[in-house]
Write a protein that binds this ligand. Structure first.
Ligand code: SAM
Ligand code: SF4
Length: 345
């Protein structure tokens, strides 16, 4: 089937086989057509609103050792910090003050932050009237249940890659089955579940990326956040090439075509690779969410997954205004509610 026919099939049926996905992902020729189709599907299913989520990076301590990440425990050059519960609450208040309807609490896997310490913070943010998204890594089912009971609405946990062998090689000490167990428990407990993958991992094939998309569809992901690998010189993957922005963009478009009502962010890693216009390009290729950083001061710099992270030297207040201007400039508007995942009737 020629490329245009395949794109039409994706746009009308929201289904493609692994082979068809692989073909489209491999074709730079298909890119603009894919983006246009994804933009139409985005408009039809989730509309023109761009939902902003205020991101608080509250701890850079991590017990894991993912080969790509600057926060890995063996990285002695990483600047470690942990915001106190009161500092997190103060940032959440500011996020709500900027008009964000969702607060995302993200960290390394920092076990100082037990459920007992997280529960009052979640309750506090819920009382401010915002939705709460957690992105704190792997926990037991019981812990996820406690956090849900406290009011957490959503959870982000990327599968990173569905290539099991590659996953276990790049995330040493972690198990692919355990990652899937977490995603499964989160879904069962009633969270809106976000997952996603890295693009450009050494040894990752285009077929594996096609499998990633089918996995997102299979688990009915409510949110899918993906991003190119940006090598960090202080990690074992420091000398690897940067993930390809073209493939990343085609991935975003195909995810929109196959999961029409999912929330899809234009992530910071994409903005980092194409400064000042990465977010717009991705918002016009199927995405509908942006996660402006509300972390302040030193912590903002120390949460260094990779070098050159976009917007690190901007203030949260500047980011808020900047995002609004940029979103309006592409004919879209900022969502006025928490932007929960929509469901087809
Ligand atoms: N620790 C939690 C976890 O791993 O789920 C949440 C925070 S973790 C820093 C968030 C995401 O950062 C990971 O899922 C990973 O995909 C991404 N990331 C880490 N290192 C990266 C790099 N060098 N380039 C691009 N993305 C990276
Ligand atoms: Fe820790 Fe998450 Fe980084 Fe892995 S990706 S080292 S779990 S912060």
């Amino acid at each position: 089937m020629e490329l245009q026919k395949l794109i039409e099939k994706a746009e009308t049926t929201h289904k493609l086989t692994k082979e068809e996905l692989t073909l489209l992902l491999s074709s730079s020729e298909a890119e603009e057509h894919l983006a246009a189709a994804a933009d139409r599907v985005r408009k039809k299913y989730v509309g023109d609103a761009v939902h902003l989520r205020g991101l608080i990076e509250f701890s850079s301590y991590c017990r894991r050792n993912c080969m790509y990440c600057g926060l890995r425990r063996d990285n002695e050059k990483a600047g470690r910090y942990r915001l106190s519960p009161d500092e997190i609450k103060a940032l959440a208040e500011k996020a709500v003050g900027y008009g964000y309807h969702t607060v995302v609490l993200q960290s390394g896997e920092d076990m100082w932050y037990t459920t007992e310490r997280l529960v009052p913070i979640i309750r506090f943010i819920k009382n401010l009237g915002a939705a709460v998204t957690l992105s704190i890594g792997e926990r037991t089912r019981e812990e996820y249940a406690e956090l849900k009971k406290a009011g957490a609405d959503r959870f982000l946990l990327r599968i990173e890659t569905t290539d099991r062998a590659l996953y276990e090689k790049l995330d040493p000490g972690m198990s692919y089955d355990e990652r899937c167990r977490c995603l499964h428990d989160l879904k069962e407990l009633g969270y809106e579940v976000g997952t996603g993958c890295l693009i450009g991992l050494p040894g990752q094939t285009v077929e594996a990326l096609a499998e990633d998309i089918l996995f997102f569809q299979e688990i009915d992901a409510d949110m899918v956040g993906i991003g190119p690998l940006i090598p960090n010189p202080d990690t074992p993957l420091g000398d690897e090439p940067t993930g390809d922005m073209g493939i990343t963009r085609r991935m975003v478009s195909l995810i929109r075509l196959l999961l029409p009502e999912a929330n899809i962010p234009a992530t910071t890693a994409m903005e980092t690779l194409i400064p000042h216009k990465g977010r717009e390009i991705i918002l016009k290729s199927g995405a509908n969410v942006v996660m402006p950083n509300v972390t302040e001061g030193e912590a903002r710099e120390k949460y260094a997954l990779y070098p050159g992270k976009a917007c690190v030297s901007d203030t949260p207040a500047y980011c808020r205004t900047c995002m609004e201007t940029r979103i309006n400039a592409i004919g879209r508007f900022i969502g006025s509610d928490a932007g929960a995942r929509k469901h087809r009737r």
